[in-house]
Each structure stands twice: as structure tokens, then as C-alpha cells.
Design a protein around this ligand. Structure first.
Ligand code: AMP
Length: 270
């Protein structure tokens, strides 16, 4: 495994690689990341994984500072997986040039997390644009756990590059709670609470089938969740998973949720 610490190392290593698979990450690996890497290894000749905690996608310096980092453990996981390249850029490596035009979300995209985390997706798209431009992979592997991110990045990147963005299914623990690096910020009691809440939503979604007053039921459920689980639900919406439009039928739709357990913000789609 080659560890690439700057853009010269990167260019030298990936020059001439055909069918390169790219897995962008912020590190602190769990089985979700590992599933993306395995898919890339299966579908591509070589795989490059980046670990970069991108400051421009965080809403506060505090959130950025407390984001979990485990670089030693991550490198050992990547070695075991026999990944070809790991790219560990500095902020300067990624942001070495100024953008010619600012990234702006369309009005129709200012929904779900974009509504509550101003500037977040602009930061994500900016870094993905820069990384794709540096790496020029054939395929980029991204998780459905972050469905809105996947949707926005796929639309942006596939319009501008030859790279294809490949959706990868959400990996959950035995109790169906989605794995996330942010789960490391939760204590056992809080994890238990999140698991119960997510199981509650799975059951609720089943009961929504063929119901006519779905919007009202969602509204009611949202306030019930706050009371039942002592959380703060930011949004709870049923949306079509292809175009993210509000849906009144469960077919081709998922329940999108963002909620806070104490100060930790979690998202999922079910
Ligand atoms: P992150 O390191 O959190 O930025 O995530 C890197 C990639 O892993 C993103 O494409 C995420 O959507 C994906 N990912 C995160 N959690 C999961 C999960 N539980 N299952 C599948 N993919 C995931």
C-alpha cells in the first residue's frame, strides 16, 4: 500500500492506472467504509482511499475539532484490505487553487440537511470537485447512508467528469442502527436510545403503507419521537429516493430523519 502525502506523490502513483476506484472518506473507519472499499476493489483494477477531514463542510470549528480521528487504526485496516493507495492530503494540497466560481445549491436542493446546515453541501461539493479533478477516477464509491450528499455529488460530478458515482447500500449493526463515525461520540446509553428510535421508525414505515394521511402522520410522529426518546428531531420527511421530492406514498420512498441526541447530530434514511 502506497501512502501519498502530497499531490506530487499522488500524480506519480496514479499516472497510467486504468479503471481506478476512489473511496473518499473522513476516516475513523467502520464496516460502512469497508464495504465501499470492498466494492471498489471488486469493480476496479486499483483502489485509492482518501482520508481528509474537510474543514469547509463543518458548520462550526467545535464540530470540526471534535470529529473522531483514528489515523493509525485506519491505516492498519487499509493495509489488511490490501488497498493500493491511501491519499492523506493537507488542507493546502486540496485547496491549492481558487475557484473560478462559487458553488451554489439550486433552490430545489435546499431541503433536508441543506436547510439546516448552511454551506455544508457547498463544502462537500467543493472538496469532491477538487479531489475528482486531482484523481480522475473511473468510479467513486459513496454511501446511501448520506443519501442527499450522494444525490448532490452524483449530479455535480457526472455532469463535469467522466467518473461515475456508485451508490453503496447502508451498513447497519445487528439492531439496524446505521454505522457512522459520529457514533463514536455517543455513550452506550445514547447508542441504545438511537437503536430504539431507528427500530421505531422501521416499524412506523411499515405501518404507513397504503395510508392516505401520511404527511399528518409524519408530523405527529415527529413530536412523539421527541417525547418518547428525549431527542430533538430536526426533520422527519418521506421523500422519493430518486429525486428527493416529497412523497405521499411509501413506494420508492424513504423516511429521512435528522435528530440530535444531546449535542450529537445523526442522520438516516429508512
Ligand atoms: P465519511 O467518512 O463519514 O465522510 O463517509 C465516507 C463514505 O462512507 C461516504 O460516502 C458515506 O456515505 C459512507 N458511509 C458512511 N456510513 C456508512 C454506512 N453505515 N454504510 C455505508 N456507507 C457509509
Amino acid at each position: 500500500m502506497k501512502i501519498l502525502l502530497n499531490n506530487n506523490d499522488l500524480n506519480e502513483a496514479i499516472n497510467n492506472v486504468s479503471k481506478l476506484g476512489f473511496v473518499p472518506t473522513m476516516g475513523s473507519f467502520h464496516k460502512g467504509h469497508i464495504s465501499l472499499i470492498k466494492k471498489s476493489k471488486k469493480e476496479c483494477n486499483k483502489t485509492i482511499v482518501s482520508i481528509f477531514v474537510n474543514p469547509s463542510q463543518f458548520n462550526s470549528k467545535k464540530d470540526f475539532d471534535k470529529y473522531p480521528r483514528n489515523i493509525k487504526k485506519d491505516l492498519s485496516i487499509l493495509r489488511d484490505l490490501k488497498v493500493n493507495f491511501v491519499y492523506l492530503p493537507s488542507k493546502k494540497n486540496v485547496y491549492h487553487s481558487k475557484r473560478s466560481s462559487k458553488i451554489k445549491l439550486n433552490k430545489k436542493d435546499q431541503i433536508l440537511c441543506a436547510k439546516f446546515r448552511k454551506g455544508h453541501f457547498e463544502g462537500v461539493i467543493d472538496v469532491m470537485d477538487r479531489l475528482t479533478n486531482l484523481i480522475k477516477p473511473s468510479k467513486i464509491f459513496m454511501g446511501e447512508k448520506d443519501m442527499q450528499q450522494l444525490y448532490l455529488v452524483k449530479n455535480y460530478i457526472e455532469k463535469r467528469y467522466k467518473s461515475k458515482v456508485v451508490p453503496c447500500q447502508t451498513i447497519r449493526d445487528k439492531r439496524r442502527f446505521a454505522l457512522s463515525s459520529r457514533n463514536l461520540l455517543l455513550n452506550n446509553k445514547q447508542i441504545k436510545k438511537a437503536r430504539n428510535l431507528i427500530n421505531h421508525i422501521f416499524k412506523f414505515k411499515n405501518r404507513l403503507k397504503n395510508k392516505k394521511n401520511i404527511l399528518k402522520l409524519l408530523q405527529q410522529k415527529r413530536s412523539d419521537l421527541n417525547k418518547l426518546f428525549d431527542v430533538k428531531v430536526e426533520y422527519l420527511e418521506l421523500r422519493n429516493f430518486k429525486n428527493l421530492k416529497i412523497s405521499s406514498k411509501t413506494k420508492n420512498s424513504k423516511i429521512f430523519i435528522a435528530y440530535f441526541i444531546n449535542k450529537v447530530r445523526l442522520i438516516d434514511n429508512i
